[in-house]
Design a protein. Structure first.
Length: 225
């Protein structure tokens, strides 16, 4: 049993190593782009995460760039006209609801947190519209606090690789925390997101050019390229 656990630990370590090498030239996830362009500002990272829910990074990123010309603080969001906010968000899905959430979360930050984004999971989860995915991403990207953000890419790729065997993102988060070294918790999200966006596609993954192919059992893969 210990031998199998040791082998699996080594396999996971090798997967992370290969992903670090193979993703070096890939486009970064939106959260990392926002973090690098806005000095890891927790408020802007939080807002970008909320806007990205059920939207593609390629759609959300330019919207965030436009929005952040006018809104850089919670008070900016409250003062910004609602119709102009909706006009900027219109190209992404659920833009009216997201406009409301931006204002709601900004008001709570002003009223309860002195206009600052809190740096604990419990406080983040109490904010309007914030779930585990968003709270984990903000903790990791904005504050450097070890957390594993599980989105559709992380859930899909980690299950295909056989790193975990789970049915929900919540279970995936728990399973990954049990097998991924804590110093890799933040990074694993970015690695698996990039891999899921560029190689390990949902319907027909590019197994023929995947550096992980020799280590991958291809669980659940029906058709591949």
């Amino acid at each position: 049993m210990k031998h199998k656990e040791s082998d699996e630990k080594a396999r996971v370590g090798r997967i992370i190593e290969l992903l670090e090498q193979a993703t070096a030239g890939m486009p970064k996830p939106m959260s990392e782009l926002i973090a690098s362009e806005y000095n890891r500002d927790p408020y802007l990272i939080l807002i970008s995460c909320l806007l990205s829910l059920r939207s593609r990074d390629t759609q959300t990123y330019p919207i965030c760039k436009e929005l952040f010309k006018y809104i850089k603080t919670p008070q900016d969001a409250i003062d910004f006209p609602q119709d102009q906010l909706e006009a900027i968000l219109r190209p992404i899905g659920f833009y009216k609801k997201k406009a409301v959430v931006v204002r709601q979360v900004s008001q709570v930050l002003i009223d309860i947190f002195d206009s600052k984004v809190p740096g604990t999971e419990e406080e983040l989860l109490a904010l309007p519209g914030v779930g585990r995915k968003t709270s984990s991403l903000v903790l990791g990207v904005a504050f450097g606090i070890p957390a594993i953000c599980v989105d559709v890419h992380v859930h899909r790729v980690s299950n295909r690789l056989g790193i975990v065997s789970t049915h929900t993102v919540e279970d995936t988060e728990k399973a990954l925390k049990a097998c991924i070294p804590i110093d890799k918790w933040i990074e694993i999200n970015h690695l698996l997101v990039m891999w899921g966006q560029n190689i390990c596609a949902p319907v027909s993954p590019w197994c023929s050019k995947c550096v992980l192919a020799p280590l991958c059992p291809k669980i659940g893969v029906v058709r591949r390229r």
